[in-house]
Design a protein around this ligand. Structure first.
Ligand code: SF4
Length: 487
């Protein structure tokens, strides 16, 4: 899912020197720093974070009254649109999974779910200005659980309502599970206009794969990568995870070596958040097998070093791209943005998310659908939409949203630019936030000058903590325990 129509300042040359920025050693990240900052913290794929959303439905009154504007009213006033469709179905359970998914072999469930998604899309017909869809993303779950006929039905149905395939610079992407993707489906996807494929790899080590119940050989991935390239997919990305059960530095390095040989255009290297109290599937993983924080940081450092040595550019917090990839170029031009899928190119003016748990945004705020299949189906059947929660942005939220995304994407905050947006002195407005930031400055994670705040090499590992200093809602009394650990 995608977010944040934010302006951004370009990176300085030194900030974008990724090799220099990734040379922090394990020794430099002392155990004192780990103790202080490795605890739970939001990932800031949006601001405010989705857990702050409050009750909001299309028919409900807000605090400002029944006739008050809702965030989706701003969909009339946009120039470009992103679409996200959540397809939650999977054939088998991966034990690390924290996604909203349904494990089933009954294909009929997916087919009738698709009917509901297309009904929901109709609800937006009158609400969204007819503008080019510059980003389309199918996520899950496993979008390619849908057969080729239903994938075609989905995209053609969306095309009846939204302006798909406008030509020009568009990014139409699909998340794929290499264990269940057939080359023929790649033909279908290309024919429907998809130009980007994202594959969940996680780790190639057979022992780790057994521990997470996701067996997939490098040969399978190689075959699909080559097949996707032959069919003209312009960008192929792999998702990897560190901190999985049974992983260590040496095994992760072997996985990275295989990945480098397969040469995807982009790589996302995520931290595994073991939260068995929240995600039932994770109870199937023995906590004893989870590497401790110091081992995780060693893995992250080793993987980062190997990827940058192989020529990948380190972007933001956890993404890598070949220097000629549009995401790397966007970083250099100051157009890198962050949304519900992680780092992305500058997103559209608004996002419409379709399907269970999907989140949408406009410049006025966020809104999210019911999470459960039953609730989603009931709401669509009764009202044609399934919105249950959301957030209307106020002026303070907008400024903080910009500040947090600047730090997360560009590792720098221009104080004077914030003042131009605020119309008041930076130090006065953010006095409490700067007080919260002081220990991180003292620890050398942030370099502060009169003009700016710059994330240091060491600070990059604690980017979430730095951003959290500016999160007014996080510090308004709620517990941070529900978030994943930084390391
Ligand atoms: S990791 Fe992907 S394929 Fe595995 S259960 Fe979760 S959503 Fe399904």
């Amino acid at each position: 899912m995608a977010v944040n129509p934010l302006d951004s300042a370009p990176l300085s040359e030194s900030d974008s020197n990724t090799t220099a920025n990734t040379r922090a050693s394990s020794g430099e990240l002392s155990s004192a720093l780990l103790t202080r900052y490795a605890g739970p913290c939001p990932r800031y794929t949006s601001y405010p974070t989705a857990d702050r959303f409050t009750d909001l439905s299309a028919g409900s009154a807000t605090a400002a009254g029944a006739d008050a504007r809702k965030p989706w009213d701003a969909l009339q006033d946009i120039n470009t649109l992103s679409l996200y469709v959540h397809i939650p179905f999977c054939r088998s359970l991966c034990y690390f999974c924290a996604c909203n998914k349904v494990i089933t072999q009954q294909y009929g469930l997916a087919s009738s779910y698709l009917d509901r998604v297309l009904t929901e899309a109709q609800w937006y017909r009158e609400k969204v200005a007819r503008v080019p869809v510059t980003q389309l993303h199918l996520g899950g779950g496993t979008p390619t659980y849908l057969n080729d006929g239903d994938l075609t039905r989905l995209v053609q149905g969306l095309g009846d309502i939204f302006d798909l395939n406008p030509g020009g610079d568009v990014e139409y992407s699909v998340e794929a599970d290499p264990r269940v993707l057939e080359p023929e489906t790649l033909d279908t996807l290309r024919g429907l206009g998809f130009n980007r494929l994202s594959m969940g790899i996680q780790d190639f080590n057979p022992e780790v794969q057994r521990a997470i119940n996701r067996i997939c050989s490098p040969e399978q991935v190689r075959g699909l990568t080559e097949a996707a390239r032959e069919r003209g997919f312009g960008s192929i990305s792999y998702d990897l995870i560190y901190g999985l059960p049974g992983q260590d530095v040496a095994s992760l390095e072997r996985t990275i070596d295989t990945v480098v040989e397969l040469a995807p255009d982009r790589i996302a290297l995520y931290h595994y958040a073991h939260l068995p109290h929240r995600f039932k599937a994770q109870r199937l993983i023995s906590s004893d097998l989870i590497p401790p924080p110091q081992a995780k940081i060693d893995m992250q450092l080793a993987a980062t070093r190997r990827l940058t040595d192989a020529g990948y550019q380190f972007l933001g917090m956890d993404h890598f791209a070949r220097p000629d990839d549009p995401l790397a170029r966007a970083t250099k031009d100051g157009r890198l943005a962050r949304n519900f899928q992680g780092y992305t190119l500058m997103p559209a003016d608004a996002l419409v998310g379709l399907g269970a748990s999907a989140i949408s945004y406009s410049r006025d705020g966020y809104w999210q659908n019911h999470h459960g299949q039953k609730e989603y189906a009931t709401a669509i059947g009764e009202r044609g939409e399934a919105i249950c929660r959301g957030w209307q942005l106020d002026t303070d939220d907008r400024v903080r949203q910009w500040v947090i995304m600047e730090l997360m994407c560009h590792l720098r905050l221009d104080k004077r630019e914030v003042e131009r947006r605020l119309g008041s002195p930076f130090e006065d407005y953010f006095a409490q936030d700067l007080a919260r930031l002081r220990p991180l400055v003292a620890d050398g994670l942030v370099l502060e000058s009169r003009e700016d705040l710059v994330v240091s090499e060491r600070g990059r590992w604690f980017l979430r903590n730095i951003a959290a200093a500016f999160d007014r809602h996080l510090h308004a009394g709620a517990s941070a325990a529900q978030y994943s650990r930084v390391l």
